[in-house]
Ligand binder design. Structure first.
Ligand SMILES: [Cu+2]
Length: 116
């Protein structure tokens, strides 16, 4: 009986764990509020879970507030997104990310950075 309760509890915990497995950003280049040297910048975003890169996207907000979609490159791991930005002049930028995690949940966020 006690064993059954333990198994049920373990299953419940596993399900809860899965439900919360949506992608959380662990590490980013450029770092949020970081200062980077232009004009070309390698982007790498690392998440805590595997993501579906075909349904994830990056958008760059330029210093003049216009936006540009960023094409993704082959990422180094299934839990990361990579891209290369070219021809950036000095100024304040925002990298917007939206990713679909393995659990089917979408998360999004922004990384403001400055190009010197
Ligand atoms: Cu989730």
């Amino acid at each position: 009986m006690a064993n059954r309760v333990l198994v049920a509890l373990a299953v419940a915990l596993a399900i809860t764990d899965l439900a919360f497995a949506h992608a959380v950003l662990l590490k980013a280049n450029p770092t949020p509020h970081g200062l980077v040297a232009g004009p070309d910048i390698d982007i790498e975003l690392q998440f805590n879970s595997r993501i579906d890169s075909t349904r994830s996207r990056l958008t760059l907000v330029l210093p003049d507030h216009t936006t540009r979609s960023v094409s993704l490159q082959q990422a180094s791991t299934p839990a990361s997104l990579g891209a290369r930005l070219t021809g950036l002049s000095t100024g304040e930028y925002i990298l917007r990310w939206q990713v679909l995690a393995a659990d089917g949940h979408i998360t999004r966020g922004e990384i403001p950075f400055q190009v010197k």
